[in-house]
Design a binder for this molecule. Structure first.
Ligand code: IPE
Ligand code: IPE
Ligand code: MG
Ligand code: MG
Ligand code: MG
Length: 292
């Protein structure tokens, strides 16, 4: 299987959907201009792609997941806009463009991030899913983004600057700030297809391990890559003395850890019975080798 072709095809489907959503907003608003700028600046779209592939693994049509995948990409983009703010990582470059606050000012960037959260909820609320599915998706969004997930993880990341954390503590930050949103992608894609927890659970667990590996590779690339390739400022973690796995273990051990997490993710796929997903296995293998 040519996994890069699968990724490129799903990415195009998602980007077309995103553009038609933005066109449909049709309101002249400085906030919309700012969040549309960040949403369309670039981005690998790994989260909506994962949402599609989870759905396909359980036999569904990937297009059915597009509104939910869009909502997740909007939440992800809110987290990037706020992550880049001077009070957090203070970054000037994102997705190959000046960061939202650099381009529009801090107040607009904060509010554009806030707006993305609520617009994301509106996209799910307006989607053609059953009431039961929508309620489950709203609950899942709240659970993975609040104090058990993304926002708490970002908080721990910021207050851990300059500290020496154990591997367990770093894994806790990675789980919250990154892996739980990956879980949401797998949960969403599979929940739209089925209400069977036996099918959903292994896919969500795959998402946890994939997200952990993803953040470890992000931290490795921060050291080994360049601004041009990444589309964001490299070398930032060392500068801000971030509590990363690279700081705790060094690059080689961090890479071995990411490979181990990838192996654990692939093992989870064995639990979905005859639905074992070659495409999710290949995706995990390609993610751990990614260069951007
Ligand atoms: C960046 O995520 C933030 C992390 C969790 C490491 P991505 O690497 O998916 O960023 P985009 O969406 O492609 O810009
Ligand atoms: C993940 O961590 C960011 C979020 C969860 C928003 P980083 O701070 O390392 O992400 P980048 O490197 O800025 O994309
Ligand atoms: Mg950060
Ligand atoms: Mg950052
Ligand atoms: Mg990073």
């Amino acid at each position: 299987m040519d996994i890069s072709a699968v990724i490129a095809e799903r990415k195009k489907v998602f980007d077309d959907f995103l553009h038609s959503y933005l066109d449909s907003l049709g309101i002249d608003s400085g906030i919309i201009d700012a969040f549309a700028y960040s949403l369309t600046a670039g981005g690998k779209r790994i989260r909506p792609i994962l949402t599609m592939l989870a759905h396909e693994t359980l036999g569904g049509d990937p297009r059915e997941t597009l509104p939910a995948g869009l909502a997740i990409e909007m939440i992800h983009t809110f987290s990037l806009i706020h992550d880049d703010l001077p009070a957090l990582d203070n970054d000037a470059l994102r997705r190959g463009q000046p960061t939202c606050h650099t381009r529009f000012g801090e107040a607009t960037a904060i509010l554009a991030g806030d707006a993305l959260i609520f617009q994301a909820l509106s996209v799910i609320g307006s989607a053609d899913y059953s009431i039961d599915v929508k309620v489950d998706l709203f609950k899942a969004v709240a659970d993975v983004c609040g104090t058990s997930g993304l926002v708490q993880g970002e908080y721990q990341d910021v207050v851990s600057e300059g500290k020496s954390l154990s591997l367990e503590q770093i894994q806790d930050i990675y789980t919250k700030k990154t892996a739980r949103l990956f879980e949401l992608c797998l949960y969403t894609g599979s929940r739209i297809a089925t209400g069977d927890p036996g099918k959903i659970r292994p896919l969500v667990q795959y998402g946890t391990y994939l997200g952990l590996a993803f953040q470890a590779i992000d931290d490795i690339l921060d050291v080994t890559s360049t601004d041009t390739v990444l589309g964001k400022t490299s070398g930032k973690d060392l500068l801000q003395d971030k509590a990363t796995i690279v700081k705790a273990l060094g690059i080689d051990e961090a890479r071995a850890w990411a490979r181990h997490m990838t192996g654990s993710a692939i093992e989870c796929l064995g639990q979905i019975g005859d639905k074992h997903s070659t495409v999710l296995e290949e995706l995990a293998r390609s993610m751990v080798q990614r260069v951007m």
